[in-house]
Write a protein that binds this ligand. Sequence first.
Ligand code: PXP
Length: 244
Amino acid sequence: MKLGVNIDHTATLREARYRGLPDGEPDPIKAALACEAAGCYGITAHLREDRRHILDEDMDRLAAALKIPLNFEMANTPEMVSKALKLLPTSVCLVPEKRQEITTEGGLDVQSQQASIARTVQELQAAGIEVSLFVDPAPEVVRASIDTGARAIELHTGAFAEGFGEAVSRRREIQRLVEAAELGHQGKLKVNAGHGLNYLNVKGMHEVPWLEELNIGHSIVAHALFVGFDVAVKEMLRLIHPVG
Ligand code: PXP
């Protein structure tokens, strides 16, 4: 499994003090470069419609500065599709977006938006961008994702993370992830996972087959406040690739 670090919350901290002002700190690009130097596989950033953390210029600077893959997380809107086509990141992860949510709360409702998602997938993939759909680990959503022509899915691990402290829900959620990953793999999708993963629960991902990338944000940024990004990323890498 490869590690993608989501650096959105470095921008959340900057915006808390510097909204609308130039030269704010911390600079998310500096954080991304520190994660790159620590050996992560890629960087994820979510440009939200309300620009509450990552800003348009952050995306431009990330695309210019990074040597590792940039995963552009975005809603399926004409504005964001046109941004992605200009930015040409390695990948786009399509996510649902609600204004009032604190973070991305659920997976995409692929079935009810199948035609529109399929059009976006086709447009972005024709430009050489790998498209991943952020979905709940439910068989009907994985099947609908395969039908859109997307190359990848990212399984939403939020329910797993929430239930991690309790054996029955932990087992149930792992089982859902295992079945969704199997189904995605059979449908020739690349299978990624993310949301709510941390230094404690990430070990559960070793039980899920076919996972290629884990996208982790909040927990790494929070830990980095105390130990710095170099140590925070390396500690997570050790958990993802245990030795021996
Ligand atoms: N993957 C996706 C698609 C997300 O929306 C998020 C949250 O922005 C993450 C991964 C990372 O979640 P967390 O910050 O809880 O690690």
